[in-house]
Ligand binder design. Sequence first.
Ligand code: TMP
Length: 238
Amino acid sequence: MAEQEVLYNGSSKTVFRGEGDNITIRFKDYIAAFYGIKGARIENKARMNCSISSLVLGYLNDNGIRTHFVAQTSDTEQQCRHVTHIPIEVIVRNVVAGSMAKRLGLEEGIVPENTIFDLCLRDNELGDPLINDHHAVALGLVSYEELAEMYDVTSKVNSLLKELYAKVGVTLVDFKIEFGRAADGSLVLADELTPDTCRLWDVATGERLDKDRFRRDLGRVRETYEDVAERLANLLNK
Ligand code: TMP
């Protein structure tokens, strides 16, 4: 069989060209933080993140969100639609944490009355800088109309994910998503949704159930990802 063409090779996943209009995403047993300064092999992480992202994206598809996800095809692989990636990270914050707490000198855990949206330019060399709508348009990345749609979809995703995670005893603190354009130009959510890209806090204990366990050396990284995967599978794999 011919070797699959690699479209992207990152620290936690590889993307291959697939059949026709599709790509294959293969997750890896690796975790990286701070632009690769810190990294480690985490046994079973590929299986857990593939399962979590497939369950969450499948749930979003079922609830009217257009995502790139087609199917989980093995323990560590997903089939997704190929889209042209827009290099913008849309971040949603329901609870103050992470870079927002640091940048503004706030305590982590404050719950603002509004939902906060940040945009970051996806550019490793520049350190994914925070940008605003006008920068995104000036850079030619999106139109104002597309931005309005991206905020609308992101807001719906936030409501759906908050509800989903509440059912498994987890507060969705914040998360990041990215979009792409399908062949007809329409916007599609094209990203993973895993504990690598979300902050998840246990409602009962306040324990962190996400990549902060690795960033902050809190231990039990593997067990935590397995816990999130199990909670979601028990809820969604009836
Ligand atoms: P931050 O507090 O570091 O800005 O991150 C906010 C959320 O977005 C957190 O859940 C992690 C996620 N995120 C990514 O997945 N990738 C990124 O490059 C950034 C900046 C944030």
